[in-house]
Design a protein around this ligand. Structure first.
Ligand SMILES: Nc1ncnc2c1ncn2[C@@H]1O[C@H](COP(=O)(O)OP(=O)(O)OP(=O)(O)O)[C@@H](O)[C@H]1O
Ligand SMILES: [Mg+2]
Length: 464
């Protein structure tokens, strides 16, 4: 039988219950006064603290508990509760001698009042909560493991997302590069096809033109010689023969003599114009797009206009499209001449397309009063560093939505077969990327459209 104190002297039912509780091996029981000093302790309490009941009596109970405790009881809280005479509850961990595992107790302190209702003592009842604590600990560890796994997963997901993002960026970049290359290919393909054609025509014109130009002067001299000879004959042998007189009359020799030099001059003028056309065609078809060359912008614009001349002429539904030039004095610039001509061609062709589109709505007479017009202006910027080339038309203009997309590759408002939507994308690439210039558009519905190219004089020179 476990040893107890004076409880066994009184045979009373509550005492019997108390005794049997005190004897239990899983219950720690003790009696303390209000200062926390032990008045009594049961066997288990004594054994777990390695002291006899007599040794324990008089010691502060939390000091006793603290000896083996790994988790100290909350001393301040217990002291306050004892002073107030109120109950207290706390958990604490301790290690029994020879036992490596940690045990946990839930200590419950309940005040006992004396006959005057004053709290003089406390019962301490401690139950073992080690199992619950272990489960809590395991749960806590499992939670931590879960958190760690989640964190690791999070990191992995973030890494993978970053990788995917990079892959997407790479794919997008590759796509843009492809689009870029495609545009360059189309551009050079278009230009070289047109350039070759124009160069071929210029070449074919050139040979016969050479004959004409080369033979006109001797022809003029020969005729002058022949007229001189006729004059000499008339002087030396005055004509009396009726046949010769009749023939002289019939061919109107006097008029012929007078008109022939004029005829030769007008032939010379024709040859000059043909030569000008041939030069323009050659200027336009410059295929030297691989390296920058000195370029006269006005010559480029004029040669492009020449190529488009047939589209400017009057036809059965509309009068001629007027072209107004306001050229300023410009220095020649170093640039990719053939490519700049292509930009002029795209912008002018768009202006003509726009005018023809609005044409379908207007009447011939109204149009004559307010003719379709393309105005080309060139000037230097105020600081003389940039060349500004503006190509404006008085066509239908465009909405904000259209304007926002005109430089997009493949954007067109024209019917299938008429427009591919590449003209402005190519123009933008040539001006912005190749020449480090700017290309912008100002337009409102019903107010026409103006495209302005700005090329940096120094920029072009240093770039090229
Ligand atoms: N001067 C202008 N006036 C009104 N709209 C214009 C003008 N210039 C361009 N646009 C609009 O911009 C669109 C895109 O022009 P872009 O030159 O890129 O392609 P496109 O002319 O339609 O086809 P492509 O030039 O490839 O034959 C045109 O379809 C048209 O809607
Ligand atoms: Mg176009």
């Amino acid at each position: 039988m476990p040893q107890t104190s004076s409880l066994d002297s009184c045979i009373d039912f509550p005492l019997i219950v108390g005794q049997s509780l005190a004897d239990r091996e899983d219950l720690h029981m003790a009696l303390i006064d209000r200062s926390g000093r032990l008045l009594w302790a049961n066997q288990v309490f004594c054994m777990d603290n390695n002291q006899s009941c007599e040794m324990l009596i008089g010691q502060k109970f939390f000091k006793v508990l603290s000896q083996n405790a790994q988790h100290l009881p909350q001393q301040t809280y217990i002291r306050e509760q004892l002073i107030k005479g109120e109950s207290f509850k706390f958990e604490f961990a301790y290690q029994q001698e020879g036992n490596l595992t940690q045990s946990w107790l839930l200590m419950d302190g309940q005040p006992i009042s004396n006959s005057e209702g004053i709290v003089s003592q406390y019962t301490l009842l401690a139950t073992d909560i080690t199992l619950r604590k272990q489960s809590e600990l395991e749960l806590h560890q499992a939670k931590r493991l879960l958190e760690q796994t989640n964190q690791a997963l999070d990191v992995r997901v973030q890494e993978r997302t970053a990788e995917l993002f990079q892959e997407k960026e790479r794919a997008e970049q590759a796509f843009h590069e492809l689009q870029h290359i495609q545009l360059q290919l189309i551009q050079s393909e278009k230009m070289s096809a047109l350039g070759n054609l124009v160069a071929g025509v210029a070449h074919e014109i050139n040979n016969p033109l050479g004959f004409l130009a080369g033979n006109l002067r001797p022809a003029k001299n020969y005729i002058q010689d022949l007229f001189g000879l006729i004059n000499l004959y008339q002087e030396k042998y005055p004509i009396t023969d009726p046949d010769i007189c009749a023939e002289t009359e019939a061919i109107d020799l006097e008029y012929l003599r007078e008109d022939f030099p004029k005829l030769i001059s007008s032939m010379q003028e024709g040859v000059n114009r043909l030569e000008h056309i041939s030069t323009s065609l050659r200027i336009f078809s410059r295929t030297d797009s691989d390296r920058p060359v000195s370029f006269n912008i006005h010559q480029g614009l004029d040669s492009t206009l020449l190529i488009l001349k047939h589209r400017l002429l009057a036809n059965e539904i509309r009068p001629e499209i007027e072209v107004v030039k306001a050229y300023s004095d410009l220095p020649t610039i170093k640039c990719y001449a053939g490519q700049l001509n292509q930009v002029f061609l795209n912008l002018l062709a768009n202006a003509i397309d726009a005018l023809e589109e609005s044409q379908q709505e207007g009447r011939f007479e109204t149009l004559k009063a307010n003719p379709h017009r393309i105005k080309i202006c060139t000037k230097l910027s105020e600081n003389g560093q940039r060349v500004l080339i503006s190509i404006a038309d008085n066509g239908p203009g465009m909405t904000e939505e259209v304007k926002a997309r005109i430089f997009d590759q493949s954007f067109t408002t024209k019917e299938v077969g008429k427009g591919t939507g590449l003209g402005l994308a190519i123009a933008r690439q040539i001006i912005v990327e190749k020449h480090r210039g700017t290309l912008y558009c100002d337009s409102q519905v019903g107010q026409g459209a103006e495209f302005v190219i700005e090329l940096n004089l120094n920029g072009i020179e240093s770039e090229c």
